[in-house]
Unconditional design. Structure first.
Length: 268
């Protein structure tokens, strides 16, 4: 905490209690983050100037310390109140320009050795933790939100489903038919014909009973099969293994209705 040592040496005569030493350390952390002290009290006084030092009379009230700060670029002005509640110090900081408020509670004994107020090298402990608490509890909340470039997520309409052969296409509304997709050349597309037997692809283990392996674009199980399945019985995009004849008016007799050869021959 370079810079705090000469500040503590300068303010040593006014430091008589552990909370005085803690306020001195908090003051220096605000200085490190680009703030300068204007003075004490809620209202500005005459001939105020920004300074890295603590103003005269800063330790007069041991129960409530009131200090005002302004950033080096004059963009922010802070009102700090350090209130003692038993053995803890409650920091209440308000940015007067934005009316934002930040609060931090510190246990004095966690950061100050009360028996070493005369020795700077022993009076402070857990300085890194104190620095972190001030930065995360006061500096960050009162600072304006950082502008971050946000990348708009890719629209679902722009996703090319064929880029990944293992990804199934989105389901279509009932009564509509998914567009036919050409068979991808990727070797990982093996099995796609079996997942979508009516999708217009060639190959696969399921044979169309009407066309002997040739896809029939007009068949959509999700829209129902007259006389066998009502509309909606097969969810859109679901795997559907055809059963029985899918249409009427097939030419020729059913082979299952023909008797076997020699049916009437008693010697067979």
């Amino acid at each position: 905490m370079a810079g705090l040592e000469p500040l503590y040496a300068w303010a040593r005569a006014a430091i008589s209690r552990p909370q005085d030493a803690l306020v001195c350390g908090i003051h220096w952390e605000l200085v490190r983050h680009g703030y300068r002290c204007l003075g004490t009290g809620d209202q500005p006084g005459p001939d105020e100037r920004k300074s890295e030092l603590l103003p005269a009379g800063w330790e007069a009230n041991k129960e409530v310390y009131t200090l005002r700060y302004k950033s080096t670029d004059d963009a922010r002005e802070l009102l700090l109140k350090a209130i003692m509640v038993e053995d803890s110090m409650i920091l209440n900081v308000m940015d007067r320009s934005s009316q934002k408020v930040a609060d931090v509670t510190l246990a004095v004994a966690d950061y100050i050795n009360p028996e070493h107020l005369d020795d700077f090298h022993k009076v402070y402990k857990s300085t890194e933790e104190l620095r972190t608490r001030i930065a995360s509890g006061i500096i960050a909340p009162l600072r304006g939100p950082a502008e971050k470039a946000t990348k708009e997520p890719e629209s679902k309409e722009d996703v090319h489903w064929d880029e990944n052969p293992l990804r199934l296409p989105p389901r279509q509304p009932m009564g509509t038919r998914a567009p036919s997709r050409p068979s991808p050349l990727s070797p990982f597309a093996v099995g796609g014909e079996d997942l979508d037997p009516f999708g217009g692809r060639s190959g696969g283990m399921i044979v169309d009973p009407l066309h002997s392996g040739f896809p029939r674009p007009g068949i959509d199980p999700s829209s129902g099969i007259p006389g066998r399945l009502p509309p909606g019985a097969v969810p859109p995009g679901a795997r559907f293994d055809p059963f029985g004849p899918l249409g009427a008016g097939r030419s020729g007799p059913d082979p299952d209705h023909l008797p076997p050869p020699g049916y009437d021959d008693m010697f067979m």
